[in-house]
Write a protein that binds this ligand. Structure first.
Ligand code: COA
Length: 161
């Protein structure tokens, strides 16, 4: 059985980041506020800049990236979990759980007691994943993208007892 690991991405990994992120946007457009059409036009500098501001981790299996998560400071005590995606062939093996745990570890290590995220209505699989890791719905709802009907809801997790 192959081992799955996670590792942080630095600016030098921008090509890998671009590949995984664009694959995610093409694979699951309903899950993200951003679109492949927008991000596929990003130049090298934008990918590097984003990697500098958005702490990102890839999951790796047999030398191949098979998942992505990002965690970004929202204010002095809240971090946002973003860009969560696992390659279809690697799902239901705990990769999503590993990536969420890695993002939570980063938040705890960097002094963020709360982590928030947004989930598309109907994405039950993602909601179950986050619920297993202690996230709960906050009651906030917003449109995924301006001018579209689809909505997403907020979930939050507080560190500690
Ligand atoms: C949502 C998503 C990230 C979940 O990733 P994943 O790697 O399949 O997540 P996990 O493996 O940790 O958990 C998924 C299921 O596998 C099960 N599972 C976990 N480890 C397992 C293992 N070792 N063996 C068998 N099943 C396992 C979990 O219990 C879970 O079951 P459930 O869906 O019935 O609750 C993935 O489906 C995805 O990328 N979807 C498209 C993008 C998306 O929706 N992103 C979220 C945006 S908010």
């Amino acid at each position: 059985m192959s081992t799955i690991t996670t590792r942080p991405l630095g600016p030098e990994d921008w090509r890998l980041y671009r590949t995984v992120r664009l694959t995610a946007l093409a694979d699951a457009p309903e899950a993200f506020g951003a679109t492949w059409a927008d991000e596929s036009t990003f130049p090298e500098e934008k990918w590097k800049d984003r990697l500098g501001r958005r702490n990102s981790f890839v999951a790796v299996r047999d030398g191949e990236a098979c998942g992505l998560v990002g965690v970004v400071p929202l204010d002095s005590r809240v971090a946002g979990l973003v860009s969560m995606w696992v390659a279809p062939g690697a799902r239901s093996q705990g990769v999503g759980g590993l990536l969420v745990a890695r993002a939570l570890e980063w938040a705890a290590d960097n002094g963020f007691p709360e982590v928030r995220l947004w989930v598309s209505e109907g994405n039950d699989r993602a909601e179950r994943l986050y619920s297993r890791q202690g996230f709960r719905r906050t009651g906030e709802v917003q449109l995924i993208r301006d001018g579209e009907d689809a909505e997403e809801f907020a979930m939050s997790r507080h560190a500690g007892p």
